[in-house]
Write a protein that binds this ligand. Sequence first.
Ligand SMILES: Nc1ncnc2c1ncn2[C@@H]1O[C@H](COP(=O)(O)OP(=O)(O)OP(=O)(O)O)[C@@H](O)[C@H]1O
Ligand SMILES: [Mg+2]
Length: 135
Amino acid sequence: MSRPPRIETVPIRVESDVVLARLLVKEVAAELGFSLLELTKMVTAASELGRNTLLHGGGGAMRLETLAEKGRDGLRLTFEDQGPGIADIEQAMINGFSTKRGMGLGLGGSKRLVDEFKLTSQPGRGTQVMVTRWK
Ligand SMILES: Nc1ncnc2c1ncn2[C@@H]1O[C@H](COP(=O)(O)OP(=O)(O)OP(=O)(O)O)[C@@H](O)[C@H]1O
Ligand SMILES: [Mg+2]
């Protein structure tokens, strides 16, 4: 039986917003019947991308949407900010690359945890990262 899609937007302005975003992802992933492993992967990606939105993007929002395609349920998260953007996306995706003395593992790690990963950025205008995981 199909359920109505769920769409929510969570502002990411302070550290505690990242915690709220994680909790929402966990709740909705559980509702969709994701396994504990699938759920944990999505929550981990949300945590990394939410931190990036805050630290590198200067704050923004996470949009969450549930998907149903050909009988498959999915969860899509889009992190968006109007920060400085990323001039060289290929470089930013390299594990170990960081402009803020981080581990440089957030983007590459998140990509490995999801089924679909799309990063778009307009230098000087902002960044969007869309990740999707299918059940
Ligand atoms: N939303 C964003 N806006 C601007 N730059 C970003 C954004 N997200 C990532 N970046 C750039 O990409 C680099 C790599 O991001 P990544 O998450 O992999 O590493 P990090 O955040 O530096 O360290 P870590 O996530 O391991 O703590 C960042 O250092 C930053 O330069
Ligand atoms: Mg990071």
